[in-house]
Structures are given as structure tokens and as C-alpha cells.
Design a protein around this ligand. Structure first.
Ligand code: SF4
Length: 366
């Protein structure tokens, strides 16, 4: 039995607040603690005879709170995993020893293993790529030293044995106090992008070679935009257009940005092809007293067109065989230029997609 009268009202009330009884209504005096009233229990607490957890009502409240928190935590974790699984790029997070804590669905597909199979394991324990494992360890060490995000390009093998060129982006994640808690890796498959860049570089080299050949050949060539402004041309074209134009070309090689309408009387041949959307068109015309063949071709529909202009009075051109060869050159150049235009368009849209993913992931990360 505890004598509660030896404590003041204030002391009893303070003791009651420990077991979350804040007013008279809260004193339910259920007796489950072995004391008749809550006040007697409070006095016993002040005597040091009982602990707050011996109030069954208070204990139940605490357990309910824990259960609620645990439920909330589970829901938050589930939501986090759902968000991670929605990210199309593989994501892996490891502790400071490099042991996997978790990953997303895209990483499971890349590694060919379920997240439960990698938990608590280092990369070397579940992957068969020693070079990549070594790189991962080096990046982890470097991250701990520099605390700077690391981005490297490397090659990995997927579950089908295909080699993928990837961009590995690694950073540290911290605990609530801001101390390093582990590493997060995001992997971007850039195989297609790298191949396109390579293909584009090859096409560009080819194009530059073709342009340099076109510049030197005796046949005139010109490329114009949709407003019939000259993008490029060669000296032979300027000469065919007359002495005045040839003089201008000496000061402005290629006649860049010049208005075709002021250079070539029959410029409407270009406008007609652009408007019709046809691939190519050839016509023999008279120009400055010479008979010439104009072969116009589309480079980018309704946007860019090119032309090869052949002086049919030139001795070499009189031969039918030479004419046939000239046509062949036109066809080959047409195919090359069209391929470049196609590659440029394709590359732009693919690069944009990859960049959008990267920006999204980086902002998620932040
Ligand atoms: S178990 Fe808690 S609520 Fe019930 S009488 Fe004891 S102190 Fe009061």
C-alpha cells in the first residue's frame, strides 16, 4: 500500500503525465496494475516501487503507437521501392562495406538475380565481372575520400551475354546526422547512344570527304535551304553562273548565305522540287550561252535541296559514257547526303530521350 498523501498534488499530477494521464477523465482507475486508483499508482511510481510500463493502459497505448509507426514505415518503404522500381535505369544501393542493401527491378533484370539474392552480398559474390567489381570498389573508396559524385563509362555483360556500354553514376547517401551511410549507383545503358555517335562521326567524315571532292570537281554543285539561301557551293558552280558571280565567289568561297534567286535565273526549278517533295529532277537548259544539265535532289524534304550542274559543252562531257558516270556520281552523293540527314535527325531524338531520363533521375537523386 502506498501513502499518496505524502506527495503534493503537483507531484502526483507530474507522475500521472508520465503515463499519459493529463486530467481527471483520464484517471480510469481500472485496477489492472494492482492499485485501486491511478493516483495510488502515481504515488508508487514516486516511491520507486513501480515503473510506468506496469500501467497496462499506458503499455497498450505505447504498443499501439509502435504498431502504427511500423505500419507507416512499411508503407513508406513500400512506396520508396515502388518509386525505385518505376525508374527505368538500374539502381543499386550498398552499405559502407559495399554490401548490397537493395536494388530496383531494372537492376534485377540487368544482374539476372532477385533483390533478396543480393542482400548483404558484395558485388564479387554474385557477379562474374571482376573488372566491374574492382571499378566499383575503387569508386566507393574514392567517394569516401572526395565526397564528390563519380561518373564513369565502362562495359558490362547483361544476362544474355551481350556487352553493354554503360555510364555508371555513383554517390554517397547519408543518415539523418549527415554522416555517410552507403553508396547509390545508377546505371545508364548508353550502348545505342555511343554507337550512334560513332556512326555519325563516320558519316561526318564521309560527308566531309564528299564535300571536299565536290569542291574540287569540274561539275558545279550547290546546296540551298528552304528560302533558297545558298548553304554551300563550289567554284565550278560560280563560274557556270557567270564572271560576276565567280568574282563574288573569290571573296565569299562557297557563296554562303547568298540568295540563289540573284545568282541563278532558273531558281524556280529548286522551288518546284521543294514544294513537290519529289526526290530528284533533271533538266537541260541554256545558261550564259551554254547548254547545261541541272540535276536537283532533295536532301531534307521541303527544307534542303542540292544540285549538280554539268556543262554539256565541255569536251569530256560530250561522251555518253561520261554523262552516265556523272549521273552515277549524282546518285552516290545523293545517297550519302540523305543518310547524313537521316542520322542527324535520328540522333537528335534519341539523345533527347536519354537526356530526359538522366535529368529525371538526377532530380530524383537530389
Ligand atoms: S492500470 Fe493504469 S489506468 Fe489502470 S489503475 Fe493502474 S494506473 Fe490507472
Amino acid at each position: 500500500m502506498t501513502d499518496k498523501s505524502k506527495y503534493t498534488e503537483t507531484q502526483i499530477k507530474q507522475a500521472l503525465t508520465y503515463i499519459e494521464i493529463f486530467d481527471r477523465e483520464g484517471e480510469i482507475d481500472c485496477g489492472e496494475c494492482g492499485y485501486k486508483t491511478c493516483r495510488e499508482f502515481a504515488a508508487a511510481m514516486l516511491d520507486g516501487k513501480v515503473k510506468p510500463s506496469q500501467c497496462t493502459v499506458f503499455s497498450k497505448k505505447i504498443i499501439d503507437k509502435f504498431k502504427k509507426k511500423e505500419k507507416e514505415l512499411r508503407e513508406t518503404l513500400f512506396l520508396s521501392q515502388e518509386i525505385l522500381d518505376a525508374v527505368p535505369a538500374p539502381v543499386l544501393y550498398e552499405d559502407l562495406e559495399g554490401k548490397a542493401i537493395g536494388c530496383n527491378r531494372a537492376y534485377e533484370e540487368l544482374a539476372g538475380i532477385k533483390r533478396f539474392g543480393i542482400k548483404g552480398k558484395k558485388l564479387s559474390e554474385y557477379s562474374s565481372n571482376p573488372d566491374y567489381d574492382r571499378l566499383n570498389d575503387e569508386l566507393n573508396a574514392s567517394l569516401l575520400n572526395s565526397r564528390q559524385k563519380q561518373i564513369v563509362e565502362t562495359v558490362v555483360k547483361n544476362t544474355f551475354g551481350e556487352h553493354l556500354i554503360i555510364e555508371l553514376s555513383k554517390d554517397i547517401f547519408t543518415d539523418r546526422s549527415g554522416e555517410p551511410s552507403g553508396f547509390v549507383s545508377v546505371i545508364f545503358d548508353i550502348t545505342e547512344r555511343v554507337n550512334i555517335v560513332r556512326e555519325l562521326a563516320q558519316a561526318k567524315d564521309k560527308a566531309e570527304l564528299s564535300v571536299s571532292l565536290l569542291k574540287k570537281m569540274p561539275t558545279g554543285f550547290v546546296i540551298v535551304d528552304e528560302d533558297l539561301r545558298i548553304i554551300d557551293s563550289n567554284t565550278a558552280f560560280a563560274r557556270l553562273m557567270g564572271d560576276d558571280i565567280a568574282e563574288v565567289e573569290e571573296m565569299n568561297p562557297g557563296l554562303k548565305k547568298a540568295d540563289l534567286k540573284r545568282v541563278f535565273g532558273q531558281h524556280q526549278l529548286f522551288s518546284s522540287l521543294m514544294q513537290s517533295g519529289e526526290e530528284s529532277y533533271s533538266k537541260d537548259i541554256e545558261l550564259n550561252g551554254k547548254k547545261i544539265r541541272v540535276s536537283i535532289f532533295t536532301i531534307e524534304k521541303k527544307k534542303t535541296a542540292g544540285a549538280l550542274i554539268l556543262d554539256l559543252s565541255m569536251p569530256d562531257v560530250k561522251s555518253a559514257e561520261v554523262k552516265r558516270r556523272a549521273q552515277e556520281v549524282i546518285r552516290e552523293n545523293l545517297a550519302t547526303v540523305q543518310k547524313i540527314a537521316y542520322l542527324l535527325g535520328e540522333n537528335a531524338s534519341k539523345t533527347e530521350n536519354v537526356l530526359s531520363s538522366v535529368i529525371k533521375l538526377l532530380s530524383d537523386d537530389e
